[in-house]
Write a protein that binds this ligand. Structure first.
Ligand code: ZN
Ligand code: ZN
Length: 389
């Protein structure tokens, strides 16, 4: 393994930063202490920083010591989640109810580590923008930074992102050639019938029974309308009918999530959801109204840039430890908005098994401090390889 922290000093710095960030989790667009902390570190490395994109976002710029026209952006997300942390270790959250349960504290730290190392060793030709992005969890800070002119103010030839991945062994990376994270839309549906006494169902049009048939029928879309080689997920997760056991409600509200990779798959599945909900409801005298609230688009790597990431990760852990055939995740990621306007790639860094194999967003989640040097080294390798060739 080839890391930038042979003497361990930078690793000690990074552990300290990571533990501080874990203790001070802040939610999307409210990351004020976090942003101040990041800014303080970056300024101590002698970097020029720009603040204010998406409220709490920071972009730090570093020029290599050799002449070069290349410019790349490296992005880390900085926000936490509204989860009450159950861990009892010393670096547990001091903000009760908020928690870094997605490892963004680690992402921020690895990018800070790379920024510090590269500031001291600017052995490359060109420019690096270190992008610290707020509000990945639901708000879409990535979209806001792009809309507020991230790439107009800081034009990049390419932009790269990285997420820690529990279950992938520590010491490994995973790179996808194209799709890596899914697109997400929220399904919102109202099924209307005719309410009445539950003991006299013949006097009603029961929207609960219609809803049950719709929910069941929706599961036939992926299994019977999509090719087995196309991917989508439909999960209906909320059903709200009447508040009493003896009342058939007038209407039922349903919500759920839709995931897919290709826009045309998403459009097709949405049209089938509408057809089934409306058709089944109408057949028994009811009505359905279906809406889709668009979420993040799919995160799609550009193969050329995925290959650059493979090369950089291989230089750190060896090519045998860079997984290249893992399936993509049905989770979503707002780095997708950056990739829509700038070519690049998004990779996973193995976080190891974690406590009881615990997954992202779990109230026991903890980013693995042992992988900090690997992630920081990957960023450094990527800069040196991309801006010296
Ligand atoms: Zn998350
Ligand atoms: Zn995350």
């Amino acid at each position: 393994m080839h890391t930038i922290t042979h003497n361990g000093l930078l690793h000690e710095d990074m552990k300290e930063w990571r533990n501080w960030l874990h203790q001070h989790p802040e939610l999307g667009l409210e990351e004020r202490k976090t942003s101040d902390y990041i800014a303080k570190q970056l300024e101590s490395f002698g970097l020029t920083i720009h603040r204010g994109l998406a409220e709490t976002g920071i972009v730090a710029t570093l020029h290599g010591k050799r002449e070069g026209k290349g410019v790349i952006g490296l992005r880390a997300d900085i926000d936490a989640l509204p989860i009450l942390e159950k861990n009892t270790f010393d670096h547990r959250s001091k903000h009760d109810g908020n928690m870094h349960a997605c490892g963004h504290d680690g992402h921020t730290t690895m990018l800070l580590g790379a920024a510090k190392y590269l500031s001291e060793n600017p052995d490359f030709a060109g420019t690096v923008h270190f992008i610290f992005q707020p509000a990945e969890e639901g708000v879409g800070g990535g979209r806001i930074m792009v809309e507020e002119g991230l790439f107009e103010r800081f034009p990049c030839d390419a932009v790269y992102g990285m997420h820690n991945w529990p279950g992938l062994p520590a010491g490994q990376f995973a790179v996808h050639q194209t799709a890596v994270m899914a697109a997400v839309d929220t399904i919102k549906m109202t099924i209307t019938g005719k309410g009445g006494h539950a003991a006299m169902p013949d006097q009603t049009i029961d929207p609960v029974l219609i809803s049950a048939q719709v929910v069941t029928a929706l599961q036939s879309i992926v299994s019977r309308n999509l090719s087995p080689f196309q991917s989508a997920v439909i999960s209906i997760t909320m059903l709200k009918g009447s508040d009493a056991s003896n009342v058939i409600p007038h209407e039922v509200k349903l919500q759920g999530t839709l995931r897919y990779f290709e826009a045309q798959t998403g459009d097709f599945v949405k049209s089938r959801i509408i057809e089934l909900a409306e058709g089944i409801s109408r057949a028994v005298g009811g009505e359905a109204e279906v809406n889709f609230v668009p979420g993040y688009p799919a995160t799609i790597n550009v193969p050329e840039h995925a290959n650059y990431c493979v090369d950089a990760a291989s230089a750190v852990v060896g090519v045998g430890a860079v997984q290249q055939s893992l399936p993509p995740s049905m989770g979503a990621e707002d780095f997708s908005y950056m990739l829509q306007v700038c070519p690049g790639a998004y990779i996973w860094i193995g976080n190891g098994e974690g406590l009881g194999g615990c997954m992202l967003h779990n109230d026991y989640y903890d980013f693995n401090n042992d992988i900090l040097p690997l992630g920081a080294s990957y960023w450094v390798e990527l800069v040196q390889q991309r801006l010296n060739s």
